[in-house]
Design a binder for this molecule. Sequence first.
Ligand SMILES: Nc1ncnc2c1ncn2[C@@H]1O[C@H](COP(=O)(O)OP(=O)(O)O)[C@@H](O)[C@H]1O
Ligand SMILES: [Mg+2]
Length: 256
Amino acid sequence: MIITIANQKGGVGKTTSALNIGAYLAESGKKVLLVDFDPQSNLTSGLGLLNSETDGVRAPSVYDMIINGKKAEEVFVASGIENLYVIPSNISLAGAEIELVSQISRESKLKSTLSTFATQYDYVIIDSPPSLGMLTINAFVASDHIIVPVQCEYFALEGISQLLNTVSMIKDSLNPKLEISGVILTMYDTRTKISESVASEIRSFFKDKTFDTIIPRNVKLAEAPSFGQTIKQYDSASSGASSYRKLADEILLRFK
Ligand SMILES: Nc1ncnc2c1ncn2[C@@H]1O[C@H](COP(=O)(O)OP(=O)(O)O)[C@@H](O)[C@H]1O
Ligand SMILES: [Mg+2]
């Protein structure tokens, strides 16, 4: 099953969610592949994989799959965590947005290079960039489900109609099974009334698509990537860790 984590807003918790959901699904014994599909490569570096060996435009990455016809088998790496594998990204992916425009089947490049390889995994989670451009469209065409993290702040739902339009356009044309199947409330601040009211606004909009588990604002979640660690490795007793563990359990139940 292929799931894209998407929201064209930056800084809402896409990468943090992809990384930590992936780690907890792997912990529960599922075989998981994380695909870093953002030129900023935060997922790759958050796992400590963007070092001198893998860095630079010549290291094998998802870019080579969609532009140079490389196979996923030649690009994927082990994360160092049991059951968790990664297709890394690097800055070369920034050029793909433009390079894809002139290609045949430009919306299906990721699907055609990923779908067979993906069948070896229980869960494939794609981390997408903060835009609704050609890369995100490729992720949507390749996916069965979309999970949308929404930050519990003012203007949380701003831009959501654009996202919904893009999803329904892809569903009507290239991927009839595509659905927004989950919404994550992220960066919830228990001390503020804003978080509470925004959370209930999001719940009334997305109804039971919204996961029960709320991800709190927790500084440990922000610190972990700078050590190249998931929250489970960095501080498994933190509130961020326990909430992502609970969220992964919900995902296991919802996406069988
Ligand atoms: N629940 C959280 N509490 C505190 N900081 C968070 C939380 N989730 C994410 N962050 C931090 O906020 C920033 C944006 O999160 P990120 O996952 O990179 O968002 P996106 O991928 O949507 O741009 C990062 O610095 C990240 O470490
Ligand atoms: Mg990100």
